[in-house]
Ligand binder design. Sequence first.
Ligand code: GLU
Length: 470
Amino acid sequence: MNTEYSFFDAVCESFDKAAKYTKFDKGILEQIKQCNSVLRIHFPVKIGDQIEVIKAYRVQHSHHKLPCKGGIRFSEMVNLDEVMALSALMTYKCAIVNVPFGGAKGGISINPKKYSERDLERITRRYTSELIKKRFIGPGEDVPAPDYGTGEREMSWILDTYMAMHPGEVDALGCVTGKPVTQGGVKGRKEATGLGVFFGIREVCNNEEVMQKIGLPKGIENKKVIVQGLGNVGYHTAKFFQEGGAIIVGIAEYEGSIYNEKGLDVEAVVAHRKQTGSILNFPGAQNFEKNTDAIEASCDILIPAALENVINSSNANKIKAKIIGEAANGPLTPEADEILNQKGVLIIPDMYLNAGGVTVSYFEWLKNLSHVRYGRLEKRFMENQSTNILAQIESMTGNKIPDNQRNLLIHGPDEIDLVRSGLEDTMIKATNEILECWKANPEIKDMRTAAFVVAINKVGTSYEELGIFP
Ligand code: GLU
């Protein structure tokens, strides 16, 4: 990892910058800022005929609301500072989108590509047992989810381990989110972060005043977009932007990056990568040797969607984008943030923009606690009601509604419809709350600070109302 700075210190720096615009007691601000509980563990796992000692973490940043919530990442770069920073971002993220959880994050310091599936399963199960022993997992205590290097498969192993050790616990399904739909997951969770990134940036781009400030026309259509990272978040973000009428001009991955001013078809790039093992040499596109080169290419919106620290003091000055949408957590160092703000680039901050994942995790957790699929009770009732209303309209007007219109009008909500509209509403409301806070405080220079002010106000009020200070 680039150790030019401490990620947790960077988050605290952003916090301090924003805290000046709030009215809380110094003690409350300090309590919000610190990590409440930190777990660092080492455990042995037999890999082949060797015993390997695995290093892992779980940090609960805030207990102002329970359970704590946040993903688990598998990466060689995982370290305590990073997990602390990411757990803090989770607290602010949840507050901004009104998801009633405290922030947490976990990580195992391994390169998952170096292990067989069977070994990964044993590592994940052993990690889960450690979390159970220390009470760092449970539907009312701490609920992990996918993050960099993990997905539905790992969440299934976590669930199964938890259930095996809590027989008969009726709400056990709510101990982890991001599960496969067949294992208590919710439809729409997989693409939720990418869709949330799309909804968030679209809402900002629809704001006339903000667009005028940076000299771009309103709306998403025909905006040139570069996405860095084609993992779950980057892939879905790129796909939703393409569907929304934007032009994906560049894609960066670790093997290199590609650029085509006329646009890249995201699905075709993914298919090409599957076939050749690389995004490079995609028909019609220009190759860049370094994966970071595309970041500096010409575009309207740059979306870093992989790891932290990719935009730093060495490349910030070369960025040509007018908007940076932080789909990843912490993709900009504080130095880069400063340089880009001075250049007038609009930075849409991570802990609000990538909140789609945890928002839909919240929906999944609610589904698990209520033991019923979304739409199960109301779908048929609403369809019958709409059918009756249409019949009345037809008999009163004497006009027959065309079949394609009728089908649209009577469609009762399925789980995916409710999850997506819930996510859209959440992202639109959060965007406007931040933009309003920004507008109301002319001294606030950037959207990140405005987002932190919104988050601190909510967490601080919660602490004050809890009255937990002995
Ligand atoms: N890992 C995701 C994040 O950083 C999702 C967390 C969750 O769903 O709990 O926001």
